[in-house]
Ligand binder design. Structure first.
Ligand code: ADP
Ligand code: MG
Length: 644
């Protein structure tokens, strides 16, 4: 096929522009990205060979080479891995497959300053395109292992790239960078300096398990910017510059934090440091080592269908698969890392893993370990925990619905917004420690926002009596509260459901007597209203939770809440309408007035209308939708008119 010029996909073009005008300050990371890709390509080829899927491939000396040419100012990163076919080059290099890209770019454009833009890039990780931070032109030469023809891709990063067939290429991929001029201002180093390159490789890619080869330094002393390769004579022998040791296989005290962080970046494609590193080792009948990371920021697609879940699986240091969902429960899908199992077959498939009993045990242990790490974080590093919870709390709470074995552990590391503190969320155990004498339950209310919940009438008596209420505003809260009846022996009670039970066990006799009296007094009005509003509510009763508002709506103890109904409907599930309960406040003048009016002139249509309005007000107070807005407006306007 002749040379063809293509346009970059719009998103890719925008991203490239940003790389060319490099807003990312640490440009050295381009090399880490290229080596990371080369390492992945070698992993893939070895796996194909293990599975007999690449009979014509050469797997005899898999390695990565970093080569420079000072005169031509080029830097080449070469691997003899799996390579790419022409179509793959177009698909993988010319476009950005990540679904979150458009949203990411939007955020990037809106980023207020360079630092936040940099944070975003770091979080997104731009991979191969990072080359354009240091190069004016990038050429990629590649031949898919086992195929004969190769492909040459080249671009200056400005809008288009060219692809043509290329013969006589070795197996694998070479990326040749035509380096920009050295520029002290722009912190562009001389990336043809072997000393500089070695330092970058050691710093970012030491743990890569494939040899990274560079020309040996011919002079011994080479420390400092000027200590460049003095050997202009015969080409020096290549030597391996990385230690190639899998971090999880090295003794714990030998591995520095920075090394863990670089491994994290390699496997997660995140450019930021992780929040926490977890190392585990299991011996015995089923041996494995795990190195897990909690990221410091949630990726944009954590809640979208396409989100990949799980950690990488290795078997005896050999990479087997990415995103191994069998190793992590879904509610821990943000955890990144590596699990290296000694006793699995190299041919193990996803299907087999899903059914394997040992794997299931491993998954349970890993989940427990993650939760106990978060627990430790809470007490030892509260700020870090706060970050974690802010990023991943919403996901973690999904576990309350799926992981019954760890329900208590999940509750123990959860925190919730509370009326006790306007800023700082609380844990359940702190809530319990603050419970008042006689308070039996943990109170909560779900809703769209803190403001909406706080201004709802259901809060009134709780506020009055200084009873703390948890304010649950995540969509998942609507669901898990139905599945979790208690914490630490205390029932979890919605203040918008059932009777307001304020722990009235030792209520004074005079209070009880007063309530009895009111019940008798209102019996007639309540049964009349229940009939009047029968189409809308299942019952009208006296409220013990209102102090200021005339009325509110509550759900029956075991009924589905409107928010949950809505969620199920959004998911396409049929949900019948559930009638709710109208509570009226016998301490409110509108309610006492209505009782009198009903007793005196039950037939007057305006009495019925007032009952109707009371119901409408209760709906509006909780932010609900009126069935007939026109009628409501008309009735209110008529009444206002009379007051003038
Ligand atoms: P990522 O590594 O996050 O997928 P990159 O931009 O680094 O994103 O690379 C894009 C894709 O291009 C890779 O997923 C891979 O399929 C392909 N690729 C990049 N470099 C190589 C290489 N050296 N050998 C084979 N494929 C490569
Ligand atoms: Mg990459």
């Amino acid at each position: 096929m002749p040379a063809e010029t293509f346009e970059f996909q719009v998103e890719a073009r925008q991203l490239l522009q940003m790389m060319i005008h490099s807003i990312y300050s640490n440009k050295d990371v381009f090399l880490r990205e290229l080596i990371s890709n080369a390492s992945d390509a070698l992993d893939k080829l070895r796996l194909e060979a293990l599975r007999d899927e690449a009979p014509d491939a050469d797997v005899s000396d898999l390695h990565i080479a970093v080569e420079t040419d000072k005169e031509a100012r080029t830097l080449t990163v070469r691997d003899n891995g799996v390579g790419m076919s022409r179509d793959e080059v177009v698909a993988l290099i010319g476009t950005i497959a990540n679904s979150g890209t458009a949203a990411f770019l939007q955020e990037l454009r809106e980023a207020r300053d360079a630092a936040s833009a940099e944070g975003l890039i770091g979080q997104f990780g731009v991979g191969f395109y990072a080359s354009f931070m240091v190069a004016d032109e990038v050429t990629l030469l590649t031949r898919r292992a086992g195929e004969s023809g190769g492909t040459r891709w080249t671009s200056g990063g400005e809008g288009t790239y060219t692809i043509e067939d290329a013969d006589d290429l070795p197996q694998g991929t070479s990326v040749v960078l035509k380096l920009k001029p050295v520029d002290a201002e722009d912190q562009l180093f001389d990336y043809t300096s072997p000393w500089k390159l070695r330092e970058i490789v050691k710093r970012y890619s030491d743990f890569i398990t494939w040899p990274i080869r560079m020309a040996a330094e011919s002079t011994g002393a080479a420390d400092g910017e000027d200590g460049e390769d003095g050997g202009e004579s015969a080409a020096p022998e290549p030597e391996t510059v990385n230690s190639m040791k899998a971090l999880w296989a090295r003794p714990k005290d030998e591995v520095g934090e920075g090394e863990y962080h670089e491994l994290y970046k390699h496997i997660s494609h995140d450019w930021n440091d992780p929040l926490e590193t977890i190392r585990m080792q299991a011996e015995g009948t089923f041996e494995y080592q795990a190195l897990l990371f909690l990221p410091s920021r949630a990726p944009g697609d954590l809640f979208s269908r396409g989100h990949k879940r799980g950690v990488q699986l290795y078997v005896k240091r050999v990479f087997i698969m990415d995103d191994c969902e069998a190793l992590m429960p879904e509610y821990l899908r943000f955890v990144k890392g590596v699990v290296d199992a000694a006793d699995l077959s190299l041919n193990v498939s996803r299907e087999i893993l899903q059914q394997d009993r040992q794997i299931e045990l491993m998954r349970r242990r890993l989940a427990k370990k993650v939760l106990s790490t978060v627990k430790d974080m809470m007490s030892a590093r509260p700020e870090q925990y706060e970050t974690f919870w802010g990023e991943f709390g919403r996901v973690l709470k999904e576990g309350l619905l799926s992981d019954f074995e760890n329900k208590d552990a999940i509750l123990a590391v959860s925190s919730f917004a509370t009326t006790h503190d306007a800023e700082k969320p609380t844990t359940l155990s702190d809530y319990v420690s603050r419970m008042k004498d006689g308070q039996e339950h943990v109170y909560f209310m779900t809703g769209e926002s803190r403001g909406a919940i706080e201004s709802s009438p259901h809060m009134e008596v709780f506020r009055d009596r200084g009873l703390e209420v948890l304010l649950l505003t995540d969509p998942v809260d609507e669901v898990w509260v139905e599945a979790v009846p208690e914490f630490d022996g205390k029932q979890l009670r919605s203040i918008a459901k059932g009777e307001a039970d304020l722990g009235a066990g030792d209520e004074a006799d005079d209070v009880k007597a007063e309530r009895e009296r009111q019940l008798q007094e209102y019996a007639e009005l309540l049964s009349w209203m229940t009939k009047q509003l029968a189409d809308e509510v299942k019952e009208v009763r006296l409220s013990t939770r209102l102090t200021v508002s005339p009325a509110c709506i509550v759900s029956d103890t075991h009924d589905v809440t409107p928010a949950l109904q809505q969620m199920y409907r959004a998911m396409g599930q049929e949900m019948p309408d559930v009638k709710r309960i109208l509570e009226i406040n016998p301490g409110h003048a509108l309610v006492t007035g209505l009782r009198k009016a009903h007793a005196e002139r039950a037939e007057d249509p305006s009495v019925g209308e007032t009952a109707e309005l009371l119901h409408a007000l209760a709906i509006l107070a909780e932010g609900g939708e009126l069935a007939d807005r026109g009628r409501f407006t008309k009735l209110v306007a008529e009444r206002l008119e009379r007051t003038l």
